[in-house]
Design a protein around this ligand. Structure first.
Ligand SMILES: Cc1cc2nc3c(=O)[nH]c(=O)nc-3n(C[C@H](O)[C@H](O)[C@H](O)COP(=O)(O)OP(=O)(O)OC[C@H]3O[C@@H](n4cnc5c(N)ncnc54)[C@H](O)[C@@H]3O)c2cc1C
Length: 265
């Protein structure tokens, strides 16, 4: 921290209000907010409850919804931080650990680590209005109270499992888990598995079940368009956002062009 955090009372004038902002969470969202504040010359702290940067991409953090077979959904060219491309040697759809390393590298390379306080949980934040304007009073897990000009909440939204009520579930004798608690394909061995829902995690986990369970079923309540991850060796998301032009002809038999412009296209 470069300047001490000032306490504010009801008589505080506008010029006496704290100037520093509090960013809650050192996942990708909190880091992007920190990078923007750095560029704008705004003072800030990033407070992270766990001992590492990276948010959900740290599979070992308690409650992380990450699973061992998870790969990035967008391609490495399409996803990632603006102005900070993923390493060239990464595959088109990096693994969760590559994304964790990339996010941590971004924090280091932009100097965000200096603004970071790890193992610092925010337990409450309330806006208070005084003579000079509004500021935020932030309480930490340690009991410490700090005053900030504002709070950016980047605590993520996938740490808590929401299980819908399903009639009869209480009489079901098999194991029921939320995708947040799924970790590895070993959980499916010898099982008849039903995956409910075809969101990103559901489809990923159903693919794991198809390969590892005795039998696997996927239940959806509506139809979906399912596209391959690659067309002609190019990530489908790259066609969709125009990063890569669509091929104008089919490749010759036996040829898998990596990119447009390949001479067997
Ligand atoms: C299985 C899975 C796969 C995904 N795959 C992709 C993908 O391929 N591409 C993509 O773009 N997105 C993907 N996502 C979406 C994912 O949410 C984002 O990639 C990204 O991690 C969100 O970043 P975030 O910083 O908002 O939240 P998070 O990554 O959740 O980080 C939040 C951070 O805040 C901290 N925190 C929370 N509360 C407090 C508190 N009170 N005090 C202090 N610290 C706190 C947490 O410990 C955590 O480090 C995926 C999500 C899941 C669950």
């Amino acid at each position: 921290m470069t300047t001490p955090i000032r306490k504010v009372d009801m008589t505080t004038t506008a010029s006496e209000l704290p100037t520093r902002y509090c960013i809650v969470g050192a996942g990708p969202g909190g880091l992007v907010a920190g990078r923007a504040f750095l560029r704008a010359g705004i003072e800030f702290d990033i407070l992270e409850r766990y001992h590492e940067v990276g948010g959900i991409w740290n599979i070992d953090q308690p409650g992380s919804p990450m699973y061992e077979t998870c790969n990035f959904i967008a391609s490495k060219k399409r996803g990632g931080f603006i102005g900070y491309p993923m390493p060239e040697e990464y595959p088109d759809f990096p693994t969760w650990s590559q994304i964790r390393d990339y996010v941590q590298a971004m924090a280091r390379d932009y100097g965000l680590i200096e603004h970071l306080e790890l193992q610092t949980e925010v337990t409450a934040a309330e806006p208070l209005t005084v003579a000079g304007g509004t500021f935020w009073r932030v309480t930490l897990g340690s009991g410490q109270v700090r005053d900030y000009r504002g709070v950016v909440y980047a605590g993520g939204h996938e740490w808590k499992a929401y299980l819908p009520e399903i009639p009869g579930l209480d009489r079901f004798t098999g194991r029921v888990i939320h995708s947040r608690d799924y970790r590895s394909t070993a959980e499916f061995v010898g099982q008849r598995a039903l995956i409910i829902g075809a969101g990103n995690s559901g489809v990923d986990i159903a693919s794991d079940a198809a390969a590892s369970a005795e039998t696997a079923f996927l239940s959806t309540r509506r139809g979906y368009w399912v596209l391959p991850k690659l067309f002609f060796g190019v990530p489908t998301p790259d066609y969709i956002d125009g990063t890569e032009p669509c091929p104008t002809s089919f490749p010759s038999p036996g040829c898998t062009p990596r990119r447009s412009g390949s001479d067997c296209c």
